[in-house]
Design a protein around this ligand. Structure first.
Ligand SMILES: Cc1cc2nc3c(=O)[nH]c(=O)nc-3n(C[C@H](O)[C@H](O)[C@H](O)COP(=O)(O)OP(=O)(O)OC[C@H]3O[C@@H](n4cnc5c(N)ncnc54)[C@H](O)[C@@H]3O)c2cc1C
Length: 366
């Protein structure tokens, strides 16, 4: 049940004990919380972060490791639902964040691009529409023939080692003076005395604020990792069937493969971080299909992400609560958006302009 990304020793974080009232108190030590801690601490604020388990032990250390531009929905849907200008704004914002990620992540990110592949003619039609919409709006994108039923290549995307990446981010935040407390579960918001409080708990958001429990629904994703394969089959992250299947190969040729949630959809709307036989069998069968024979599985794990009704995260002030902020609800697409939203919320707390927060305003669901 250990995530491959977390199955390695890690350096202890620098200890900064900040007692008494602080400027910012953060709940959650994934990419969002650690980014907010880094930006706020570098901005000169006293920051204390509480993580119930270890840094990156939530979805941030359990993901597929894809660093993708855009939102959880395809660009064509974003144009329809948000309008063309806001959709393009969201996509450009995440492209800038990918550049920023590359600056911060060192060798925990490979900028390989990604391939969204079509598995049948229907998906091919959808992907052609996606490709054309992105091109029309001036985004870098390529149509690839010869693999599956065609594929869209997104050149700015990349492959992360997510556990290492978020530990690295946390180390930067600690170096900037943030007090990062592991094994520190926040049972209730009134136990915090920060002037500002940020809820950064994505799919693990439970019991802190009733309205957030209603609008951020926990969803389980399951993943497997194989032993190193003898061949390099995939040079970049691949995903298909609207993201219900996703896979990539690590530097040492392990296949990391997740998804198939749609085969058991009723069971996967849960906050239980456990694997199930039915999905694991699906993933094994899919791995065998991709490799040509059943590969040896070395790791199996589950993680929880937070889904919102419109698949757009909530980031900004929580209506009706002074000094309370949220950045969560990435709908399975938070590796880059977590960086975006954690940073924007911290910038707003620092009193710096963060106009893009308007895209994620929690008030729309209150
Ligand atoms: C299986 C899976 C695959 C995914 N694949 C991808 C992908 O390839 N690309 C992508 O972009 N996104 C992916 N995602 C989504 C992405 O991982 C998340 O959106 C992102 O990691 C969210 O980061 P976060 O910091 O907001 O939350 P998390 O990383 O989930 O961190 C929240 C933390 O809050 C802590 N916490 C909760 N309650 C409390 C409390 N009361 N007190 C203290 N601490 C608390 C938890 O322990 C947890 O560590 C995937 C998610 C899953 C589950």
């Amino acid at each position: 049940m250990t995530s491959y990304w977390l199955d390695e020793p890690c350096e202890p974080l620098a200890r900064n004990r900040l007692d008494g009232a602080v400027d910012v108190e953060i709940v959650g030590g994934g990419v969002t919380g650690c980014t907010a801690a880094l930006v706020a601490a570098r901005g000169g604020l006293r920051v204390r972060l509480h993580e119930a388990r270890e840094i990156s032990s939530g979805a941030s250390g359990r993901s597929g490791g894809f660093a993708l531009r855009g939102g959880a929905m395809p660009y064509v849907e974003a144009r329809r639902d948000l309008g063309p200008e806001r959709a393009a704004q969201l996509w450009r914002l995440t492209e800038r964040a990918l550049d920023h990620l590359a600056d911060l992540a060192g060798n925990t990110l490979h900028q390989t691009g990604s391939l969204r592949v079509a598995v049948d003619l229907e998906e091919r039609e959808e992907l052609i529409a996606e490709y054309e919409a992105l091109r029309e709006d001036g985004f870098g994108v390529e149509w690839i023939e010869g693999r599956f039923y065609g594929a869209v290549h997104h050149p700015t995307d990349g492959a992360l080692r997510p556990g290492r990446w978020v530990r690295r981010l946390a180390a930067l935040a600690a170096d900037a003076g943030a007090d990062l407390r592991e094994q520190s579960r926040v049972e209730a918001l009134d136990q915090l005395d920060g002037e500002h409080v940020i809820i950064a708990t994505d799919g693990y958001t439970r019991g802190l604020l009733p309205r957030l429990d209603e609008v951020i629904v926990p969803v389980r994703g399951q993943v497997i990792a194989t032993e190193p394969l003898s061949r390099r089959l995939f040079d970049c992250p691949h995903y298909a069937r609207h993201g219900f299947d996703y896979w990539q190969q690590t530097d040492d040729n392990r296949l990391i493969l997740g998804g198939r949630r749609d085969t058991q959809v009723d069971h996967e709307f849960t906050a239980e971080e456990t694997i199930t036989d039915a999905i694991q069998r699906e993933l094994e069968a899919f791995a065998a299909e991709l490799v040509g024979e059943p590969p040896k599985i070395t790791h199996r794990w589950a993680g929880i992400f937070g889904q919102t009704p419109d698949q757009i995260p909530l980031a900004g002030r929580v209506p009706g609560h002074d000094g309370l902020w949220v950045a969560a609800g990435y709908s399975g697409h938070g590796n880059v958006l977590g960086l975006v939203c954690g940073e924007l919320v911290a910038q707003a707390i620092l009193g710096r302009p963060a106009p893009e927060l308007e895209l994620f305003d929690p008030a729309r669901l209150y």
